[in-house]
Design a protein around this ligand. Structure first.
Ligand SMILES: [Zn+2]
Ligand SMILES: [Zn+2]
Length: 227
């Protein structure tokens, strides 16, 4: 008997040998059936082909705006629908920095990573103030065991946290990243993936993407665990 990594309820499940010996390979079967049922996988549902927004198989309004206004052709992938369950998960994960919680989605992220191939994978970093407060970088911790992550971006501290802004404010937020001074890659043909935890308006990833685009990189894709 073990307990659900998310809610702590006991799960009646016999561990197989590899799970006993390689306890790090925790996958979503470490969730009780109640928590498991809260996860809605996006690829199974009708979504925007460019950003995975649910609702219709056509290009969504957000993507139309990005394309018309900023000439940005969003290429985003995501696994889970953002809902109350995911909201609670990230709240706990970010607050307590629980390493086991970071592992909850490893198997699923790993499965996705095997379908794709990128020359460089980078991530959306915390701001310095968040990093100091939490003592860890949630996005880095979430993906570090799956991807060989290169630090490319540096976050400039913002006036108020993204979560406290409404959608309109978030869309209008000016550039909040810069390229790190030690980033040296010059091969502009390389395919780049930028990973983040949650995709809300897409603004964060598009800002990061824009910086690489301005450096001459063309093949830039983005990924978030949830959307
Ligand atoms: Zn549970
Ligand atoms: Zn879209």
């Amino acid at each position: 008997m073990n307990n659900c990594l998310n809610c702590g309820q006991s799960i009646c499940k016999n561990l197989n040998l590899s799970e006993i010996f390689f306890w790090r390979n925790i996958d979503s079967s470490s969730l009780c059936s109640y928590c498991q049922n809260q996860l809605i996988t996006l690829p199974d549902k009708e979504h925007c082909p460019n950003c995975f927004k649910l609702g219709s198989a056509d290009l969504c309004l957000d993507c139309v705006i990005w394309q018309n206004k900023y000439k940005i052709f969003n290429q985003h992938f995501a696994i889970y629908e953002y809902n109350q369950f995911i909201h609670d998960y990230f709240k706990r994960y970010k607050r307590y920095g629980d390493a086991l919680l970071a592992q909850l989605f490893q198997a699923e992220i790993k499965r996705w990573s095997k379908l794709v191939k990128y020359d460089l994978v980078t991530y959306i970093p915390s701001s310095q103030s968040h990093f100091l407060k939490r003592g860890f970088d949630p996005v880095y911790e979430l993906y570090k065991q799956v991807f060989d992550l290169t630090a490319v971006f540096e976050k400039v501290d913002a006036d108020k946290p993204q979560a406290q802004k409404n959608k309109q404010e978030r869309m209008q937020t000016p550039q909040t990243f810069k390229i790190r001074a030690d980033f040296r890659k010059k091969d502009q043909d390389m395919q780049i993936l930028i990973v983040d935890d949650i995709y809300t308006t897409g603004r964060t990833l598009l800002h990061a993407r824009q910086l690489l685009y301005d450096k001459g990189f063309q093949e830039i894709y983005t990924f978030s665990l949830t959307r």
